[in-house]
Design a protein around this ligand. Structure first.
Ligand code: HEM
Length: 127
């Protein structure tokens, strides 16, 4: 509920809203057995919580607005999950929460991640 709250608050800053929710979605990649459909499980409990919290103030208009809001929020989280690489670090979520401007300006010079496995033309076994 906390991050849904944060997501809703971030709605006045579109970039922040998408970054935060995409990162939240992506972070669920590391959960074994997780399926993106599970995000939708939060939809009705969320609406119920808003309804109970607002009581009389939960008008049809409110209902409408919150339905659209939670749907949009979950769609955004799901798209973050879908587009994330398998091993997504959570650093961006932390940075967003700490304030984007304080994000470490690590000049990632030549992070020699040796993932060049294809030894095309390289001398190797065979021939
Ligand atoms: C829109 C719905 C959801 C939101 C906004 C949400 C948000 C979050 C956030 C902010 C974290 C902690 C940050 C992170 O680890 O990157 C987290 C962790 C986690 N979430 Fe969700 N979540 C949602 C739905 C779900 C659902 C449906 C499940 C399971 C069925 C789930 C399972 C978990 C688990 C197991 C962790 C802990 C991961 C860890 O500590 O390594 N989440 N979630």
């Amino acid at each position: 509920m906390n991050s849904i709250d944060e997501g809703i608050k971030a709605m006045d800053n579109v970039d922040c809203f998408f970054d935060l929710l995409h990162q939240i979605g992506a972070s669920h990649r590391k959960i074994p057995g997780f399926k993106k459909e599970y995000f939708w499980k939060i939809e009705h409990p969320f609406l119920e919580a808003v309804r109970l919290t607002l009581g009389d103030r939960y008008t049809d208009n409110m209902d409408n607005i919150y339905r659209i809001t939670i749907k949009f929020l979950i769609e955004t989280v799901v798209s973050g999950y879908e587009t994330a690489p398998d091993h997504e670090p959570n650093d961006n979520v932390k940075r967003i929460k700490e304030g984007v401007n304080n994000a470490a300006t690590t000049t990632t010079t030549n992070t020699n991640t040796t993932n060049t496995e294809d030894n095309k033309g390289g001398a190797g076994k065979g021939s």
